[in-house]
Design a protein around this ligand. Structure first.
Ligand SMILES: [Ca+2]
Length: 377
């Protein structure tokens, strides 16, 4: 589905601000009045279905109070950039994401919250700098939470036939959040895609993974930094992060290396196109034996499985990644995203460690390796 939209997304990306609402509207006219009438009918059908799924009608009414069809959400959904196409350049993406401002902010926010990060890292095994990097990538460290009315955005995406089942489930989760009193209706603002709070969780992720990090018993991913950290760390842990090996590192590829010898014979079953870019899994010791050279990093234990990813192709920057890198991809199924999180984490890592004086939870072999992170792919 995203492939079909890619050409238009590239075109849209040329325009100032990266999006093209006005032109998108011309390219894909939306019959407003008929659409809005259809939306109202859909809401009535949703209400009947929600009752059948055990959601109280008063919860549904409270959640959908004032909800509207948002054409802008549909336009943005159809203009999503696609990072798995060869014409998108990771080096360009990284330069936009890893600005010096974002790195400096990450270091100061990490230092200011070092004790909290250390505690949550010890509890979950997720390094503090990975938590901070996701926080920075998602919401610029809690500064940009999104201003779309969430029930309107999620209902619009559910009504738009592309992914009705997915967003109907998300709307159910949103109804539960309101009905169970976890958040007041007025607080439900977020991204056009239905993500909210400093961790940018979808409603179902909030119900499944949000955690209290400051001890007041409430998982407040809007207002509490500690709750945000605990929730991000819990998400990564539940989705596969294990204490020990780091995400991986940039690596030098031996001259003349034949990629076909490490091609993955298995087709991924999910997150397919980004994962197809990876080699097969080989133990770290085998990559070392083939002549691969870590840059600003040390090898993990010999048996740690790693895959090779070259986001811009041969000779344009290579990375060996562990299973923990896949946990970052669970947050957002994209190599561009996961590598940016990983490299931002490398850049902020000294701030997490140095202020508290306590070592972060990381592979000891990696611990001293990030003092001079390479910010280029
Ligand atoms: Ca709390």
């Amino acid at each position: 589905m995203r492939t079909q939209l890619f050409v238009f997304a590239l075109f849209a990306a040329q325009l100032p601000g990266g999006g093209a609402p006005a032109i998108a509207g011309q390219a894909m006219p939306i019959a407003q009045s008929a659409t809005e009438a259809g939306f109202a009918a859909w809401v009535e059908r949703y209400k009947a279905g929600a009752a059948a799924r055990g959601l109280k009608p008063e919860w549904v009414d409270a959640t959908l109070q004032g909800a509207q069809y948002l054409p802008r959400v549909v336009q943005l959904d159809r203009n999503q950039p696609d990072d798995s196409g060869r014409r998108n350049i990771f080096a360009d993406y990284l330069a936009r994401q890893l600005t010096q401002q974002r790195i400096d902010d990450g270091r100061s926010r990490a230092a200011a919250n070092a004790a909290t990060l250390q505690r949550i890292s010890a509890e979950t095994g997720v390094p503090g700098e990975i938590i901070v990097a996701i926080w920075g990538m998602e919401t610029s460290y809690g500064r940009v939470l999104g201003t779309f009315d969430l029930p309107s955005a999620v209902a619009t995406l559910a009504y738009d036939a592309r992914r009705e089942a997915l967003f109907t489930r998300e709307l159910d989760a949103l109804v539960r959040i309101v009905g169970e009193g976890r958040a007041p209706r007025a607080r439900l603002k977020g991204s056009w895609a239905g993500a909210f709070g400093q961790s940018q969780f979808l409603p179902s992720s909030y119900l499944a993974y949000a955690k209290d990090g400051d001890g007041d018993g409430i998982a407040d991913i809007w207002g509490s930094t500690a709750d945000t950290f605990a929730s991000i760390a819990n998400y990564l842990k539940q989705r596969g992060w294990v204490a020990g090996p780091d995400w991986g590192f940039r690596v030098g590829v031996p001259a003349g290396f034949d990629r076909a010898t490490v091609a993955n014979p298995e087709r991924p079953t999910r997150c397919i196109r980004p994962l197809e870019r990876h080699s097969r899994w080989l133990p770290a010791a085998e990559w070392r034996a083939k002549g691969f050279q870590p840059m600003n990093a040390l090898w993990p234990a010999d048996a740690v499985p790693m895959t090779l990813i070259e986001p811009d192709g041969e000779g344009e920057g290579a990375y060996l990644t562990t299973a923990n890198y896949r946990a970052i991809m669970e947050y957002n199924c994209s190599n561009f995203y996961a590598l940016s999180v990983a490299l931002l984490a490398n850049a902020v890592a000294p701030a997490v460690r140095d202020v508290s004086g306590a070592p972060a939870v990381r592979d000891p072999a990696i611990r001293n390796s990030n003092a001079a992170p390479s910010l280029r792919p």
